[in-house]
Design a binder for this molecule. Structure first.
Ligand SMILES: C[S@@+](CC[C@H](N)C(=O)[O-])C[C@H]1O[C@@H](n2cnc3c(N)ncnc32)[C@H](O)[C@@H]1O
Ligand SMILES: [Zn+2]
Length: 296
């Protein structure tokens, strides 16, 4: 079966977790070709197996080259292994606490590799995964590379997703829309948000002379906003250094917009090194939509 039909089947098995982004009515899969609402708003499955549910043309700064570099770093280097392991552990514990089966959304999934790695790590058939991103480039790549999640082009500020239908929302290094996250999460739902700390990829920033006058950065504002919407259950600080090879350094430079404003000379000096220890410095915020029973 082609990707398009496979994806349409997966969506039809879980059709209750989607909704029309225009009129907000439930949708149905029609002829394994489209998602259609009662007002005939129609969203076609693309041949790669994703659905575009944008209501307006979207523009993103992220291009194909950037997403390809991200995919290589996430899948082939071990730069984010600890992150994937930690998130999978959090999800595993949540599922064990009688929350399975679960529908998991990766909001702002980019080209989908983090979601794919986390699912591999979870290795749990009771998970249905959905990746949503406003960038068509990212979602096309995700759909071509990874078959088990459902991939949607969509805006997380007007998510084409049904109320109270998601057990877990992941939000990795991407913008958030907490009103939407609260709307789609079940009452026991969990949010896992990953935010950079001040030393995140600091070797790259230093080499490209970015943030020279940077003050010590803290996450107080992000944490405080998060706490206005969710009950912060856990707060993990993930800080480590991984050695990257020359090829990996090239991908590292291309996977963020940091290099866009840099001189070629600075980039060349950085990628000519045989290997460099690169710092990953992230916070993982884990919150519940409502206080856990027995929680403070
Ligand atoms: C830094 S990238 C992170 C992507 C992915 N989570 C990763 O870590 O590789 C931020 C992502 O947020 C997406 N994004 C930005 N605004 C969005 C919106 N309103 N709705 C959905 N996705 C959005 C971008 O297209 C981009 O893929
Ligand atoms: Zn509609």
């Amino acid at each position: 079966m082609a990707n398009k039909e496979k994806s349409a089947e997966m969506v039809s098995e879980n059709v209750e977790v989607f909704r029309c982004p225009i009129c907000h009515f439930p949708v149905k899969v029609f002829g394994l070709k489209s998602l259609v609402c009662p007002n005939n708003h129609t969203f076609d499955f693309a041949k790669q197996g994703y659905v575009n549910m944008m209501t307006r043309p979207s523009s993103s700064h992220y291009d194909k080259k950037l997403f390809e570099a991200r995919q290589k770093i996430i899948m082939k280097s071990n730069l984010y292994t600890f992150l994937h392991e930690k998130i999978s552990e959090v999800i595993g514990k949540y599922l064990d606490a009688s929350h399975a089966p679960a529908v998991i959304l990766d909001a702002g999934c980019g080209e989908g590799s983090h979601l794919q790695r986390i699912l591999e790590e979870c290795n749990n058939d009771s998970i249905t995964a959905i990746g949503l991103d406003i960038s068509k480039e990212g979602i096309v790549m995700a759909a071509k590379n990874y078959q088990s999640p459902i991939w949607l082009v969509g805006d997380l500020a007007n998510a084409p997703l049904e109320d109270q239908s998601y057990q877990v929302v992941l939000n990795v290094l991407s913008p958030a829309n907490y009103m939407e996250f609260k709307r789609i999460l079940t009452s026991d739902g969990l949010i896992i948000k990953v935010v950079p700390r001040s030393n995140y990829l600091k070797e790259l920033r230093e080499a490209l002379f970015i943030d020279k006058n940077k003050r010590d950065y803290d996450n107080d504002e992000i944490v405080s906003l998060f706490k206005q919407h969710f009950h912060l259950e856990k707060y993990f600080k993930l800080s480590y250094v991984k050695e990257l090879s020359q090829t990996e350094l090239m991908n590292l430079v291309q996977m963020t917009p940091l290099a866009w404003k840099s001189e070629k000379e600075q980039i060349d000096t950085f990628i000519k090194q045989n290997s460099v220890g690169v710092t990953v410095d992230l916070d993982i915020l884990v919150g519940y939509k409502r206080k856990k029973r027995g929680g403070k």
